[in-house]
Ligand binder design. Structure first.
Ligand code: RNT
Ligand code: ZN
Length: 422
């Protein structure tokens, strides 16, 4: 795209927004401060590097598609991430799962992992100027084979997973210290059943006990923070999920922790955006897994849709940007995996840009005055303001391809790198 044209379009957009009392430069400044945590697991179909070549097993997650170019090693995954980040404006984060440690070809079980296995990631992230977040991996493991982990009826199995998660929190604190940026440790477990259980409470009581043991260890919030992620149902846990939204909301609030709202983990007509102001008055912050649910699947590539825009708008209007941890969470193996990261990250940033460009003062004034027509009509008009010109200017300033220019970069990477992976 021609830089002169980007600048000219931006100038006009700036004037049009100014007519509505919106300062586009200020909006771009705020957008620059927003960091998105990119999920490492999109690059290799949630495989991890414990046993090279292993795929996703046990845990109600499924990746479909067989597009060539899946990352097979840590080096390949890093190269792919580097490419993806180079096409996303701003300074961002990488979200690691415990199974992506550097185990040097040795068998290191989940209850044995430690900081040493993640030093390589820390060094790499420092070089790439990225910050890091972390997740315990309570799936794809023989001890999770029957669908229960922290709420398993067998004590030995619970103990195994408690040890794992405790180690993961310790690794998170190490990472946060090293990176000088609090590392978010998010906990999602697959526990649940295909059929209706007789005793739901038994499992939830066990989960609560396990969590109490795990979170008995305190870390400085400057090093790490905790979030707990609920789910409505999963593959093989259609009838019952132990870690439901009510369960984790209750737990998190009673322990001053955060819940993680995954956009694919609620009833399709439920608005995650509406939950934000319902939870914030009681919680230290909120974590998000941005995703796109389609029918029964919760993990499609994020696009610039109404749901994402509504969440971004709520976060901005609640002045909650500094208390929100925004991560992507989807896995699609039917298209270029690097491109999938970029689509989701750019869509998310665009949603935040639109939220920041909303003629908020005018809208608030209409609302205060009880002018329902004014509020609705301005919202409608705001939709056709030229935010795309502001976005291109943002990309241009960040030295990242504007508009659709990045598509060629992905095609080239596919040709030169991904398609050569057998
Ligand atoms: C699963 C959860 C969870 C996972 C990742 C891999 O339904 O969304 O966040 O996607 O931990
Ligand atoms: Zn999630």
């Amino acid at each position: 795209m021609n830089p002169g044209r980007i600048e000219r379009a931006y100038k006009i957009a700036q004037e049009l927004y100014a007519d509505h009392g919106v300062d586009t430069d200020k909006a771009l400044k705020k957008l620059t401060d927003i960091s998105i945590s990119l999920h490492c697991w999109q690059g290799d179909d949630v495989g991890g590097f414990e046993r090279p070549g292993a795929g996703l097993t046990d845990g109600g997650l499924q990746v479909t598609g067989s597009h060539p170019g899946k990352a097979r090693t840590i080096d390949e995954l890093r190269a792919d991430l580097h490419r993806a980040f180079s096409l996303i404006p701003g300074a961002h984060r990488l979200n690691l799962h415990a199974m992506y440690g550097e185990f040097g070809g040795k068998k290191v079980d989940r209850d044995e992992i430690g900081a040493d296995h993640f030093r390589g990631w820390v060094d790499w992230a420092k070089r790439e100027k990225l910050k890091l977040d972390f997740n315990a991996t309570c799936f794809s493991h023989p001890q999770a084979a029957d669908g229960f982990t922290l709420s398993h009826r067998e004590k030995a199995i619970r103990k195994f997973w408690i040890d794992h998660v405790m180690r993961c929190r310790k690794v998170s604190a190490f990472i946060g210290r090293e990176m000088k940026s609090a590392c978010l440790h998010n906990l999602w477990i697959p526990d649940g059943s295909k059929e209706v259980p007789v005793d739901r409470l038994a499992h939830r009581t066990l989960l609560k006990e396990s969590l109490d043991e795990i979170y008995a260890v305190d870390y400085s919030p400057a090093q790490m923070k905790d979030s707990l992620e609920s789910k409505l149902f999963g593959i093989g846990s259609e009838a019952f999920v132990v870690g439901s939204h009510e369960f984790y909301l209750g737990y998190a609030l009673s322990k001053n922790k955060m819940v993680c709202l995954d956009l694919g983990h609620f009833h399709p007509t439920e608005s995650i955006a509406d939950k934000i102001s319902g939870i914030l008055p009681f919680a230290p912050g909120l974590a998000f897994h941005l995703s796109r649910g389609i029918r029964w699947d919760s993990d499609h590539v994020v696009t610039f849709n109404d749901d994402i825009q509504a969440v971004a708008e709520e976060i901005v209007r609640c002045r909650a940007l500094d208390r929100s941890h925004i991560a992507l969470d989807y896995f699609d193996a039917s298209l270029n995996r690097v491109g999938a990261w970029v689509i989701g990250a750019r869509a998310t940033l665009k949603a935040f840009l639109c939220a920041l460009l909303l003629p908020e003062e005018k809208l608030r004034a209409f609302e205060k005055a009880g002018d329902n027509f004014g509020r609705l009509s301005l919202r409608e008009e705001a939709k056709s303001l030229p935010w795309g010109a502001v976005w291109d200017q943002h990309c241009f300033r960040a030295d990242v391809p504007p508009g659709s220019d990045w598509l060629d970069e992905i095609s080239r990477y596919e040709r030169e790198v991904l398609s050569r992976r057998p």
